[in-house]
Design a protein around this ligand. Structure first.
Ligand code: PEP
Ligand code: MN
Length: 249
């Protein structure tokens, strides 16, 4: 039987101790399963906010201690993995690093879940081969994450490839998560993308949430509020129960 859809939520970036702890407490109340927050940020523009780095990890760990929420954050180098693999609960490998095979090989030696984002224009084959760089070692705990692929229309940030969900389900034994935030880049699209992804059978969602989206230091256009997340969680649970009834038929 299918497990409950996992909800990972949190700001694009950890911006301050106060910000991440405040948001983590709100998310805990909503019943999310894990807290996300970027501290090493792979920004397209080198002059944009790059994240708090080591200081940010400290705040994220503090947010975990206070709320009990497991933490998810992106690591971008072998050195960061060596330093932090045992301190965080799920290591996120960003779309820009899906082809960084040396980094993936390093992850293969840990027994630690890795959320492997699909590359910006990666084919399914390239993505699955990237996952094998990790699972060829002792680490079998890869979670694939569809986060939108490059399309031809720049009205939205990317295009959410819903078909990735049934494709990954049919062709692998790995869980498939969806990131509706980077897929669309627009806060009003997070609800429809999330419910569509769950209806299509995804195993989890990772969603950017900020309690003051207008003040977010990165990706503010796609940030939703905790209230909006609450509606998504409510409807995700409804869809899951319909899927479960169908399974039982
Ligand atoms: C992120 O999740 O903050 C992020 C940068 O995602 P992606 O690697 O999918 O662009
Ligand atoms: Mn982001």
């Amino acid at each position: 039987m299918k497990k409950r859809v996992m909800i990972i939520a949190g700001p694009c970036a950890v911006e301050s101790r106060e910000q991440i702890i405040r948001i983590a407490k709100k998310l805990k109340e909503l019943g999310v399963d894990a807290l996300r927050g970027g501290v090493f940020k792979p920004r397209t523009n080198p002059d944009s906010f790059q994240g708090l780095g080591d200081e940010g990890i400290k705040y994220l760990i503090e947010a975990k201690e206070i709320t009990g929420l497991p933490i998810v954050t992106e690591l971008m180098s072998i050195e960061q993995v060596r330093r932090y693999a045992d301190k965080i609960d799920i290591i996120q490998i960003g779309a820009r690093n899906m082809y960084n095979y040396e980094l993936l090989k390093e992850l293969s030696i840990y027994n630690k879940p890795v959320l492997l984002k699909r590359g910006l224009s990666a084919t399914y084959d390239e993505w699955l081969n990237a996952s094998k760089y990790i699972t060829n070692g002792i680490n079998k705990r890869v979670i694939l994450c569809e986060r939108g692929i490059r399309g031809f229309d720049n009205s939205t940030r990317n295009v959410l490839d819903i078909q990735a969900i049934p494709y990954i389900k049919k062709n692998t034994n790995l869980p498939i998560f969806v990131d509706p935030s980077h897929a669309s880049g627009n806060s009003y699209m997070i609800y429809p993308n999330s419910v569509a992804a769950v209806a299509a059978g995804c195993d989890g969602l990772i969603i950017e949430v900020h309690d003051k989206p207008d003040e977010a230091l990165s990706d503010k256009e796609q940030a939703i509020t905790p209230d909006e997340l609450a509606k998504i969680i409510r409807d995700v649970r409804k869809i899951e129960s319909i899927l479960k009834e169908n399974e039982e038929l």
